[in-house]
Design a protein around this ligand. Structure first.
Ligand code: HEC
Length: 127
C-alpha cells in the first residue's frame, strides 16, 4: 500500500512543478513576441507595419483564427506563418499574450494631439 505520508508530499511536488511550468509558459510569450513579432507589431503591441495586437482590435478575430494566422500567415501580406519556428503551445501563449490588455493603455486625446502638432508659422504670421 502507498502511504499517505509519501502521497501528500508527492502531490504537492507535482502541483508545484505544474505551476512552475505554467509560469514558464506565461513568461515565454513576451520573449517570443520580442523575438518574432515586435519588429512589425511594435514593441508595445501598438502596431507598426502590422496591426496592433490588443484585445480592443482583436475582438472580432476568434482565438483559433488568430492561432491559424500565426501558424500559417495571411496570404499576400507581410504576415508570414510561424509554424516552422513555433510549436502549438508557443503559438497559443502568443495568442493569450496578444489578447491581454495593456495597463495603462496609452491615451491619445486632445492634449496629446495638440502636443504632437508642429506649428511652423503662427496663425496670421504669413503675408
Ligand atoms: C514582417 C512583419 C510581421 C511579422 C514579423 C509578424 N507579423 Fe503579424 N501581421 C503582419 C501584417 C502586415 C498583418 C496584417 C495582415 C493583413 O493585412 O491581414 C499581420 C497580422 C497578424 C494577425 C492578425 C491581426 C488581425 O487583426 O487580423 C495576428 C494575430 C498576428 N499578425 C500575429 C503575429 C505574431 C504573434 C507574430 C510573431 C510570431 C507576428 N504576427 C509577426 C506583419 C507581421
Amino acid at each position: 500500500m502507498i502511504h499517505w505520508k509519501i502521497l501528500i508530499p508527492a502531490g504537492f511536488a507535482a502541483w508545484f512543478l505544474f505551476g512552475m511550468a505554467q509560469l514558464a509558459d506565461a513568461a515565454d510569450a513576451p520573449a517570443a513576441y520580442k523575438q518574432h513579432c515586435a519588429a512589425c507589431h511594435g514593441a508595445d503591441r501598438l502596431g507598426g507595419i502590422g496591426p496592433a495586437l490588443l484585445p480592443e482590435n482583436l475582438a472580432r478575430l476568434r482565438k483559433p483564427e488568430a492561432e491559424k494566422v500565426i501558424r500559417e500567415g495571411r496570404r499576400a501580406t507581410q504576415m508570414l506563418g510561424f509554424g516552422q519556428q513555433l510549436n502549438d503551445a508557443e503559438i497559443k501563449a502568443l495568442v493569450e499574450y496578444a489578447y491581454t490588455p495593456i495597463k495603462p493603455m496609452p491615451v491619445w486625446g486632445e492634449a496629446e494631439i495638440n502636443a504632437s502638432r508642429i506649428v511652423n508659422f503662427a496663425p496670421g504670421s504669413l503675408p
